[in-house]
Structures are given as structure tokens and as C-alpha cells.
Design a protein. Structure first.
Length: 301
């Protein structure tokens, strides 16, 4: 059985992490080395010798670890499912959008610095000004965040002003984008502004919500549907949450849900960024396929 997509020790360089897409190794690599403190200029010969021994120990440990995880060397058929670790970032972090021991589990970015790539769902999303690729976030499947963090106004923790999350719908037989978006929006709002992954309330909980927008939209050349809520929280300015559902262009064409979480107020990202990102979603390798309200939309069920 092939292991799930994720970051694993590189079989050709065990001191690095390399992206396994579920069927084959890609060329995306992420360094995962242990730094060794070097002696100050003019230090004693004994200090230099200790540093060299430490560096050698780190290298040997990396090689041994790679051999244990991968069961051999060279560019093999993939991680050994019996011994390989969980993909980096698969664990839950302590707070909403806060620091986590490892990077997000979303796929590696495309070579184009203006987009991020969701390898699992076969799409790219535009990386707008003020947005960055995720690093050390608690939620699974985050593909981008606003730059910087702040102290949550409710329970202690670290929050971010904006998140975009992309995930495959796997726990439902429903395929209608309209039905999926309507079903998902309440869960999206609760996850964003009610309780975090460890039960805390970064914003004091949700007090009310209202729907501000919904409708059909073409996403990556496919007919999709979105629902957007304005959420009022006990603490802080609240925010906007959107669930966007559309069929994938890869594999079994399982539905995809993209969630947008934007804080309200002057510090939050422009709500128009939701539409800009949605219109800019493309199938991987197809930069010409556009989207937008009323663009190439067929009937939805």
C-alpha cells in the first residue's frame, strides 16, 4: 500500500525532506538539517575538534535515520509504509492559525512565485500581495495565510488575519457543489471563530452570523458554488467566512472545498480578495483556464 502524500526523508539525501505525491517522488525538497555551532574565530584547537566531531555525528545520524525510514538508499519507489514517519505537519497545533512544531501539510508550491500549488486536488491558487505560503500553522490543508500574526483577543494564543484552506471532500457521498457549500459553511465558521483545535475560544465564541453572499461561480473551468457569512464574535471584530465547492479536475474528480477565513476590520484582508483568489484558481499546468461568476457555468444540482 502506498503511503499518503506528504514530506518524507529524501532517499537520495536523508538530511532533507522531499515531497511524495502519493505515487512518486517530486523534485520539491525542503532542508531539514540540524545546525552545528562553529567555534569563534581564533578559538582553541580543542573547540574546533569538538565542532568537527559534532558535525560528523549529525551527518551519521542523518544517514542512519534515512536508512531506517526508507529501508535503503537511492531514488526508490517511495517511502516504506511500515517505517516512514507521518508527513510533516500532520499533527494538530495548539491555536487557531498559531505556531505548530512543523510546517503545514499542504503540498509544495509551484515554481511560479505568484501561485501556490495544491498537488492533491490538482489546482494552483494565486498568491496575492500580503499573502504568504503557510509556515507553522495549526490547521490541516492551509495553502496560504496573511503575513504576520497577532495575539488572539479571546483565549490566549496566536491568530492570523487571513487563511485559505483547500481540502478534498472525502466523508460525504454528496457531489452537488451547492449542497456541499451550504453544508460546510457552519463547520467552517465554527472552526475559524468559535473553538480552536484544543477547545479554546480565541475570539470568545460566535455570537451571531448572517449570509452576505452566495451563488454559482466557475472555478478552474468547473461549475462551483459558494456561500459567504459575516460572523460576529464575542471579542474582536469578527470576520468573513466562505465555503467554495467545485469538482476536482484530477483523479476521481472528487469535490473540493476551499475555505476562506478573513478577519473583519481594518487589519483584515480585503473581502474582495476572496473573489480574486477564487477567479484565479487554475488546474495544474493550465494557466489559461479561467473562472468567475457567470463564466463557463453549467447547471448545478
Amino acid at each position: 500500500m502506498s503511503p499518503p502524500p506528504g514530506w518524507y526523508p529524501d532517499p537520495s539525501a536523508p538530511h532533507q525532506q522531499r515531497w511524495w505525491d502519493g505515487t512518486a517522488w517530486t523534485e520539491h525538497r525542503s532542508p531539514d538539517t540540524v545546525p552545528v555551532r562553529q567555534p569563534a574565530p581564533g578559538g582553541s584547537g580543542r573547540a574546533k575538534a569538538v565542532a568537527l566531531v559534532a558535525a560528523g555525528a549529525v551527518l551519521v545520524a542523518a544517514i542512519v535515520t534515512g536508512a531506517v525510514f526508507l529501508g535503503g538508499s537511492g531514488d526508490g519507489d517511495g517511502p516504506d509504509v511500515r517505517t516512514a514517519p507521518n508527513p510533516v505537519g500532520s499533527g494538530a497545533g495548539p491555536t487557531r492559525g498559531g505556531a505548530s512544531p512543523s510546517p503545514s501539510a499542504s503540498g509544495p508550491s509551484a515554481d511560479d512565485p505568484s501561485v501556490v500549488t495544491d498537488q492533491l486536488n490538482g489546482i494552483t491558487l494565486p498568491l496575492l500581495d500580503g499573502w504568504v505560503r503557510p509556515r507553522y500553522v495549526a490547521e490541516d490543508d492551509v495553502v496560504m495565510t496573511t503575513d504576520g500574526t497577532y495575539d488572539c483577543p479571546g483565549d490566549s494564543g496566536v491568530c492570523r488575519h487571513g487563511l485559505v484552506i483547500s481540502r478534498t471532500v472525502s466523508q460525504s457521498d454528496q457531489t452537488s457543489p451547492r449542497a456541499l457549500a451550504r453544508q460546510d459553511i457552519a463547520d467552517a465558521a465554527d472552526a475559524a471563530y468559535d473553538r480552536d483545535l484544543v477547545g479554546r475560544r480565541p475570539f470568545g465564541g460566535i455570537e451571531s452570523h448572517r449570509q452576505v453572499k452566495s451563488g454559482q461561480i466557475a472555478v478552474a473551468g468547473r461549475a462551483g458554488y459558494f456561500v459567504r457569512w459575516r460572523v460576529t464574535t464575542a471579542k474582536g471584530p469578527g470576520g468573513f467566512v466562505e465555503s467554495l465547492a467545485f469538482p476536482s479536475t484530477v483523479g476521481t474528480e472528487a469535490p473540493v472545498i476551499v475555505r476562506f477565513v478573513f478577519d473583519a476590520g481594518e487589519a483584515g484582508p480585503p473581502v474582495a480578495d476572496m473573489d480574486r483568489i477564487a477567479r484565479g484558481i487554475r488546474p495544474i499546468g493550465d494557466a489559461a483556464t479561467g473562472g468567475g461568476v457567470g463564466s463557463s457555468i453549467g447547471p448545478t444540482t
